[in-house]
Design a binder for this molecule. Structure first.
Ligand SMILES: Nc1ncnc2c1ncn2[C@@H]1O[C@H](COP(=O)(O)OP(=O)(O)O)[C@@H](O)[C@H]1O
Ligand SMILES: [Mg+2]
Length: 388
């Protein structure tokens, strides 16, 4: 429906979006009896987020509801789960949920603090990539928020640039300048009972293929280390402007996460990055969860070490590994030379003995002992070798 027509409609009349696939609410529309729509802030895979005003408190907030085309019994339960999960996390780097309720037609909604900002996805669309300093400041914040969520037993499972919001007017290093949003497919192990288990069955594949961990791609049960991998992909993208694995389709991308060697930041851009940063990203992107960092708190410490000139353990370990590999190569090389010398010596000895045995083991002299009439001693008789 064209834009001017909306002015003639009652604010409480839902409007079709431009592509005609969904319903949006007009500015002025009252939701849940107390939230008045100001504007539409954004939409993701499942939800639509509005800027609203709490009518009685005169406070601006963000209200998220499920888009009509995604409205199923399962998505409603999942949405409620999102509200419960996010409500359990009280951290400056995670979006805060204030309320949950049902609209007149029983569509659920959740109300959160309003973020005056943009998503990291939006930011990357404009500037393609961020500076190393910006990335370090930004990701330390994300690590703080997500490591807190992890300690509460919550795995986000959909870490990507569009679910990380940057607050306008706050320098990236300041507390609360970055917020993780959208716990819509999060797994909350504290509630891993019948209901939640039904929503997070093993074998179901959630998330965005470009940022999915190898184990997530395989539909295996994931833990917090899957978020660490996804965050590694986001960090890779923020630093290089490209992703570590992009296939021609979702399936091929997922296969690449599982099988392809992980490129370095340098390989992706041709630019040089601090070795320590290369090492951190490589460790976050290890194929095996056991080879990754085991907590995002550790990642935050490592990033902070780059900032403060401290020791980055992953870089030290990478150096040690490289040295070990070089040692193995040089040992192998010297072993090869020793082997060659050994073979040469043995060949020489063998040849010597061969020649010696040919000359030493000459055909035996055949001594013909004849009967002589004059009793000449046999030794004095001519032999076959003796020229006649
Ligand atoms: N609290 C908020 N304040 C402002 N904008 C928000 C807020 N939460 C989400 N958004 C915007 O809405 C978009 C969709 O929200 P999200 O929760 O990711 O929905 P979905 O589950 O559909 O992906 C986000 O990418 C962001 O642009
Ligand atoms: Mg989202």
């Amino acid at each position: 429906m064209s834009q001017p027509k909306q002015h003639f409609m009652s604010p409480n009349t839902p409007v079709e979006t431009q592509d005609g696939t969904d319903i949006e609410f007009n500015p002025g529309h009252m939701l849940g009896g107390r939230y008045q729509v100001i504007t539409c802030l954004g939409r993701g895979g499942m939800g639509i987020v509005y800027k609203v005003k709490q009518f009685f408190l005169d406070k601006e907030l963000a209200l998220k509801t499920i888009s009509k085309q995604c409205l199923t019994e399962k998505s409603i339960r999942r949405f409620q789960q999102e509200a419960i999960t996010t409500f359990a996390i009280d951290h400056p780097n995670v979006i805060m949920v204030n309320d949950f309720g049902l609209l007149d037609d029983d569509t659920p909604f959740l109300v959160m603090e309003l973020i005056d900002g943009e998503t990291l996805g939006d930011r990357l669309k404009v500037c393609s990539r961020l500076s190393v300093d910006e990335v370090i400041d930004l990701f330390i914040q994300v690590c703080f928020g997500m490591s807190y969520a992890h300690t509460k037993g919550i795995v986000h499972r959909d870490i990507k640039p569009n679910n990380i919001m940057l607050i306008h007017g706050m320098p990236l290093g300041t507390e609360g300048s970055v917020k993780v949003v959208d716990f819509g497919i999060a797994k909350y192990s504290a509630r891993e009972g019948g209901e939640v288990q039904a929503l997070t069955r093993t074998g179901e594949v959630f998330g965005s293929p470009l940022y999915m961990s190898p184990e997530q791609c395989q539909g295996e049960t994931v833990d917090h280390r899957s978020d660490i991998y996804s965050l590694g992909c986001v960090m890779f993208e923020a630093l290089t402007g490209t992703l570590p694995f992009i296939g021609e389709n979702a399936l091929l991308t997922m296969l690449k996460h599982q099988q392809d060697p992980t490129p370095t930041l340098r390989e992706a851009t041709g630019n040089t990055y601090p070795k320590s940063l290369e090492a951190i990203v490589a460790k976050m992107l290890a194929k095996q969860p056991g080879e990754r960092y085991q907590s995002l708190g550790d990642v935050a410490m490592e990033l902070n070490a780059i900032k403060t000139g401290g020791v980055v353990k992953a870089a030290v370990r990478q150096e040690q590994k490289k040295k070990k590999e070089e040692d193995i190569v040089s040992i192998t090389k010297s072993n090869f030379v020793t082997l060659l010398c050994g073979v040469a010596v043995l060949t020489a000895i063998a040849s010597y003995f061969a020649v010696y045995s040919i000359t030493a083991v000459a055909p035996p002299k055949i001594i013909h002992v004849r009967e002589t009439s004059n009793n000449t001693p046999a030794s004095s008789l001519p032999t076959e070798n003796t020229p006649h």
